[in-house]
Write a protein that binds this ligand. Structure first.
Ligand SMILES: NC(=O)c1ccc[n+]([C@@H]2O[C@H](COP(=O)([O-])OP(=O)(O)OC[C@H]3O[C@@H](n4cnc5c(N)ncnc54)[C@H](OP(=O)(O)O)[C@@H]3O)[C@@H](O)[C@H]2O)c1
Length: 245
């Protein structure tokens, strides 16, 4: 079994996933950089290698069960365990932060969003759970969003009240229920499962108007990936502070 800590990050070829890999790599973790396009993954991995990180690119379209199964076989063979899973890959198909187009949402968009943001997260987490159980301190980080906070969505005057991206928000709310449910099942074990809100971050998904740099946005993912034994299980956090469900 590998002596060093091993972290698998989905959607690791750019944005918050890549930056999370960079920061965990600097902390000594071996990084398994998930990328649905291995060429993009290799291009992204180059600078991390130059910084001294042991990084391997894993072909991982999270919506493809065959990719998930191949990743599990590789991790089992090469490392015998997994210490960290960052479920970072995600999509936001809707456009427009302030226009409510709920009734115009197509079933296709709803399904595509849930495929990537919920069903794939469930499938990948379920598949690697036996490997996480072999870790001394397994950590699962579900990269959610404050837009998935149902209580804030329902509260007039809250910071996210006016942003009704129905498919995206619903998928992240459902992802939060996965966090709560799996954390409950695993309480008393060495594994901790938490949801992260990175902040509104300048990435392809967040857009150029976002106020936060990607280096700051990745901090919540990194913090939850490296929680100590006394850290929380089954919470929803941004920069060390709880967010209402
Ligand atoms: N940026 C923000 O303000 C913000 C705020 C709250 C939450 N988040 C969450 O943070 C996470 C990362 O987003 P980001 O801002 O870094 O966006 P990004 O730059 O657009 O990156 C998204 C990543 O997800 C990957 N991805 C999408 N579908 C995938 C699939 N089926 N299989 C594998 N990878 C897939 C993309 O791969 P490709 O390059 O191949 O498309 C890309 O690597 C997402 O879950 C997002 O919802 C972001």
């Amino acid at each position: 079994m590998s002596e060093t800590k091993v972290a698998l990050i989905s959607g690791g070829n750019k944005g918050l996933g890549l930056e999370t890999g960079r920061q965990l790599g600097k902390m000594g973790y071996t990084i398994l950089l998930g990328s649905r396009d291995p060429l993009k993954g290799e291009a992204a991995a180059g600078p991390l290698r130059e910084e001294g990180t042991d990084v391997r690119v894993v072909r991982l379209d999270v919506t493809r069960q065959t990719d998930i199964e191949a990743a599990v076989v590789m991790i089992e063979k090469e490392f015998g365990k997994l210490d960290v899973l960052v479920n970072n890959a995600g999509v936001m198909i809707e456009k427009g932060w302030t226009k409510n187009t709920t009734s115009e949402t197509t079933l296709e968009n709803l399904r595509t969003t849930f495929d990537a943001n919920l069903f794939a997260v469930f499938a990948l987490t379920k598949a690697v759970l036996p490997l996480l159980k072999k870790s001394d301190a397994g950590r699962v980080v579900n990269v959610s969003s404050i837009l998935g906070s149902v209580s804030l969505q329902a509260t007039k005057g809250s910071p996210t009240y006016g942003t009704k991206l129905f498919a995206y928000n619903a998928s992240k709310a459902a992802l939060n229920v996965l966090t709560i449910s799996l954390a409950h099942e695993l309480q008393g074990t060495k594994i901790k499962v938490n949801s992260a809100h990175p902040g509104w971050v300048k990435t392809d998904l967040g857009g150029s108007a976002a106020p936060m740099a990607v280096s700051d946005g990745a901090k919540t993912e990194v913090e939850l990936a490296t929680l100590g034994e006394d850290g929380p299980n089954g919470g929803f956090f941004h920069n060390g502070k709880s967010i209402p469900w």
